[in-house]
Design a protein around this ligand. Structure first.
Ligand code: SF4
Length: 278
């Protein structure tokens, strides 16, 4: 049995919150650089400004976007790990310290009705998965509201098939237009039930931009959807261009014979997540 202290968890979450807010992922930045070479005019200039912004944020250790998000935390907890206290409280304390000491914008309200700011960005949204092994993996993923607000879930009928899925995904992106701050990474969850497909879509955003699905059907869908989304010419920040999305990631899961749940979770160009394995 491996013992991991709540203090270790808090310190790591605090570090990950600050790093995620300030340092863009290498795979995303490379993709923005590649895209800037394939655009011209205004689209090219926007991408060059995003690159400059991301480099400046990293070098100056300041947030790459003013919206430092609600903090989504994915935990994989091994069955041979013992934690000496409350993991949820340890994670929230890490978020509290990260957002206050890192001078990150606090964007969480206590209740969706009273809208009073909690002033420390807690509580985080925490997803814990039990796995086999002696590791604790923590992924911190700040999620801005601009792209999250344009995300959708729909319960399709099985007869609507691939066409129904593709129409729903592409229409969701068209409706989002510039409001989701493209170029995007698009997470698509298909199957499960209402909440499972939404979670599949969010998990799809964590994948390295260079990786595709191992499932042949999902991979074909990822390529088709990317072509269709980039044919919309929404372009960088919605002002026209060839690159509306860098990547579409599809996750599949078994579902009821009478259901076809589909979720689209949109991630803007400020795609942020940091991982630690303890
Ligand atoms: S959608 Fe993304 S880039 Fe746009 S304001 Fe929100 S976090 Fe920032």
């Amino acid at each position: 049995m491996k013992t991991i202290t709540t203090t270790e968890i808090t310190n790591e979450v605090k570090r990950l919150c600050i790093e995620a807010a300030n340092i863009i992922e290498d795979d995303v930045l490379n993709e923005i650089r590649k895209a800037s070479k394939n655009e011209c005019g205004l689209a090219k200039s926007i991408l060059e400004q995003i690159i400059e912004n991301d480099e400046l944020a990293k070098n100056e250790n300041i947030p790459l976007c003013q919206d430092t998000g609600i903090t989504v935390v994915f935990v994989e907890l091994g069955n041979k790990v013992f934690i000496d206290g409350d993991i949820n409280e340890a994670i929230n304390e890490g978020v509290r310290l990260g957002y206050t000491e890192g001078y990150l914008r606090k964007s969480v309200v206590k209740s969706p009705i009273n809208r009073i700011n909690t002033k420390d960005n807690t509580p985080a949204i925490i997803h814990v998965k039990l796995v086999v092994g002696d590791n604790l993996k923590i992924t911190v993923c700040p999620k801005g509201a601009g792209s999250e607000n344009m995300s959708k879930v729909k319960m399709l009928l099985p007869a609507e098939g691939i066409k129904g899925i593709e129409d729903f995904v592409v229409n969701t992106i068209k409706e989002a237009g510039g409001r989701a701050c493209p170029p995007l990474i698009v997470g698509v969850g298909i199957g499960g039930d209402l909440e499972k497909c939404a979670l599949l879509a969010k998990e799809a955003l964590l994948r390295d931009i260079n990786d595709s699905s191992n499932d042949e059907d999902a991979k074909i869908l990822e390529d088709d959807l990317l072509n269709k989304i980039n044919s919309t010419n929404i372009g960088p920040m919605g002002l026209g261009g060839n690159i509306t999305a860098f990547k579409v990631n599809v996750n599949l899961y078994p579902c009821h014979i009478a259901s076809l749940p589909v979720a689209v979770n949109i991630q803007c160009h400020a795609s942020r997540h940091k991982v630690v394995v303890l």
